[in-house]
Design a protein around this ligand. Structure first.
Ligand code: ASP
Length: 330
């Protein structure tokens, strides 16, 4: 009996064609992608599911939760692996979301393309073929969700986009890729990621709004001061270096953090928020003393999704700290 692989298409450059109004827009369905890229494998039955047809910046956290729910349905129906095709701009959020919430033990592989199908040197066909090959691998079952792009396999929790246009756009600092897809086979060289992911149930309630603020030189925190009035239930503040923020903004954020969870991330991608080095006003030690949480090494976008789910599930400060610990935060 052939293995059954599902292709869940969400849109993105891989599915884009020229619009009469200029530029490319997502138009190709999952079925059309398989046809267009002549994806065939006699050992596999590939089922296309057109789930969304959006640019990836148009997705919202609830789309990702819906996709996770869909994966449970597919797993229950006996699917052996799932490929999600989508835009590369937020591929890291989707992969992280499905890693966190999707069925364990089901190969979940997210892919996309940096060049649309009509562009010279379009990469969609190769990426989709590689991702399907990866999803059909038994060894992909125990390693969590991955992103497969340009022949490289990346772990969802580390992968990030590092270029807006080149084909080799993804990296996973500091651990690097988990392996390659080359010469027609999957070569996994890293299999066990620690620590394990926190156990987070699929949110069933409406998702609360979580803000993202980015620290800037001299920011006096006037935007931060408005968060509660604007109805935000939590916030991620992307600091400089080890998680550092202007003193006036820190003052404002301390007030906010006494009412809603505020997590500090760093704008230094591939690195982490410090915990106990600097003691100046607005430093990680100061912010932590004022009740802000420290986000470890997760990127701001991934922290945003994590906090959204935690708040939807009713997690308190202790629960949030516990989840952050899996990512080096506290
Ligand atoms: N540059 C993007 C892409 O790959 C657009 C998007 O994310 O939808 O796919």
């Amino acid at each position: 009996m052939s293995k059954k692989i599902a292709l869940l298409s969400l849109g993105g450059t891989i599915s884009m064609t020229e619009a009469s109004t200029g530029g490319v827009v997502p138009t190709l369905s999952g079925e059309a992608l398989l046809k267009r890229f002549a994806i065939q494998d006699s050992s596999l039955e590939i089922v296309a599911i057109s789930f969304r047809q959006l640019a990836s910046a148009q997705l919202s956290p609830s789309d990702l939760i819906d996709a996770a729910v869909k994966l449970y349905e597919l797993a229950a129906a006996g699917i052996s692996g799932v490929v999600i095709s989508q835009g590369t701009d937020t591929i890291e959020e989707t992969a992280f979301a499905l890693d966190l919430l999707g069925p364990k033990g089901l190969p979940i592989v997210v892919t996309g393309a940096m060049r649309h199908p009509d562009a010279p040197g379009a990469d969609g066909a190769a990426n989709l073929r590689d991702a399907i090959m990866m999803a059909a691998q038994q060894s992909a079952a125990g390693i969590g969700a991955t992103v497969v792009m340009d022949g490289e396999i990346h772990a969802a929790r580390f992968v990030t986009k590092g270029n807006t246009a080149t084909v080799r756009a993804f990296h996973s600092t500091p651990i690097g890729q988990l392996g390659w897809i080359k010469e027609g086979s999957v070569d996994l060289i890293v299999t066990g990621l620690t620590p394990p992911l926190p156990d987070i149930p699929l949110p069933e309630k409406a998702l609360p709004p979580v803000a993202i603020l980015k620290a800037a030189l001299g920011d006096d925190g006037r935007l931060a001061a408005k968060l509660i009035d604007l109805g935000y239930a939590g916030a991620i503040v992307e600091g400089m270096g080890g998680g550092h923020i202007h003193p006036v903004m820190a003052e404002r954020l301390a007030e906010i953090a006494s009412r809603i969870p505020v997590i500090v991330s760093t704008r230094v991608v591939g690195s982490h928020v410090l915990r106990k080095t600097y003691g100046f006003v607005g430093s990680e030690i100061d912010l932590s003393r004022r009740g802000l949480l420290l986000g470890g090494w997760l990127t701001t976008g991934k922290l945003h999704f994590l906090l959204t789910c935690l708040l939807a599930n009713g997690s308190d400060q202790t629960g949030i700290r516990g989840a952050l610990a899996a990512f080096g935060g506290c």
